[in-house]
Design a protein around this ligand. Structure first.
Ligand code: XIL
Length: 380
């Protein structure tokens, strides 16, 4: 599902502006209560959007949209949190061994600081967007060498961002769908258990303020993969290694979206282990072009996901993976799919925006059609 060569695909990407006439307003957002406001009223810590430094945005040539984009991203009150979509990844932070570069990550971190947004930091150990020197086939690391590479990377990156991150995604996407460890240089040389433990153990010594998360996709409905992540959490806890949260990326598809009950069950499955849960990269892609049918499905998908987070104690926040369709990663990676976010190319809002507001204001319907479910935290 996740292509191994995201970067080369990106280079080839040429995507039409997603736009549909949806009868919604202009997206002007200063005069209305933003999603973050609703989220906080519903008891969440934040509703956020990931963003990239201008140099790394998915599509060049959209500079004229930046003022409007920046206004919504930073000034509208829609978002209380952000995550750098790329700049803190290994490929950018340690492109050659021992040489660290925080330029891109710092752009987003300092904008977040300037605009009082909570910062989620992403991602320390991941098989993808890894600097090629780490998994080049000629490297042949010994266990000791790879251990010290992981420790050095985490130590340098976390030390640089110390005090700035609400949370760190310490390990990203370590499991296959069947719950086995994904093949990567880390699992091949050290084994899944060992590299994950090492990563969390190292991270736990570096920034006491940062919550340490395991983050992955397809964790939104109970499955072999969610069971494997639950097992991992228990394993770390039994070894007294700090893990504070599980991030559910929530890269969903409109046409085959999880039900509200599936989301609730998956989130509860983690929360009951005593870790917090966040939806960390929510987007809902659809088969292009967007039309009334798939936009309605998308609205339900967003509403189910956000509604479940609101309903389950321990789910603390929702981040969408950028908010503006032209900057979404989806069209480059899933050909033929797109319009996955809440704002179209012309800055009008998707119907799903209202779905999110409904979910945040206690209007999420149960699957049994018996009407709104009790949402514990909404305060009128
Ligand atoms: C994506 C970015 O959005 C793209 O810009 C980049 O080219 C590839 O990565 N899971 C993750 C994110 O954890 O870091 C990925 O972000 C999307 C999938």
């Amino acid at each position: 599902m996740h292509t191994k060569s995201l970067l080369s695909l990106l280079a080839l990407a040429s995507v039409p502006l997603a736009s549909a006439s949806n009868g919604k307003g202009s997206g002007k957002s200063c005069s209305h209560k933003g999603l973050d406001w609703y989220a906080k009223k519903a008891g969440l810590k934040y509703f956020g959007a990931a963003t990239d430094s201008p140099g790394q945005r998915e599509r060049a040539g959209l500079e004229s949209a930046y003022p409007k984009y920046d206004e919504i991203m930073w000034k509208s009150g829609e978002f209380g949190q952000t995550t750098p979509t790329n700049g803190q990844k290994w490929l950018f932070t340690e492109p050659t061994q021992g040489t660290f570069n925080f330029t891109e990550g710092d752009i987003v971190a300092s904008l977040a600081h300037q605009h009082h947004k909570l910062l989620r930091c992403h991602a320390l150990v991941w098989h993808s967007q890894l600097a090629p020197w780490v998994d080049s086939s000629s490297a042949n690391w010994t266990k000791d060498e790879l251990r010290s590479i992981i420790v050095s990377h985490i130590t340098n990156v976390m030390t640089h961002y110390k005090g700035q991150c609400y949370a760190w995604d310490v390990v990203n996407e370590a499991f296959n769908e069947d719950g086995t460890y994904r093949e990567s240089v880390f699992s091949t040389v050290l084994g899944g258990d060992e590299f994950i433990q090492l990563a969390f153990e190292t991270a736990s010594k570096l920034d006491p303020q940062a919550k340490l998360y395991y983050n992955d996709y397809n964790l939104e409905s109970p499955s072999a993969k969610t069971e494997a992540v639950r097992k991992l959490v228990r394993q770390l806890q039994n070894k007294k290694i700090k893990i504070d949260g599980v991030g559910l990326q929530a890269h969903l598809t409109a046409e085959s979206r999880p039900t509200l009950d599936e989301h609730v069950a998956a989130i509860k499955g983690f929360a009951e282990l005593g870790v917090e849960v966040a939806l960390t990269e929510l987007d809902v892609r659809l088969e292009m072009p967007a039309n009334a049918t798939n936009l309605a499905q998308q609205k339900e998908a967003y509403k189910n996901a956000v509604g479940a987070c609101v309903q389950v104690d321990g789910c603390i926040g929702v981040t969408i993976w950028d908010f503006y369709d032209p900057f979404s990663w989806v069209p480059a990676v899933f050909p033929g799919e797109g319009a996955a976010l809440l704002w179209f190319g012309d800055f009008s809002r998707h119907p799903a925006y209202e779905g999110v507001v409904e979910a945040l204001t206690n209007k999420t319907q149960g699957h049994n059609g018996k009407g709104p479910r009790g949402v514990k935290r909404w305060v009128a």
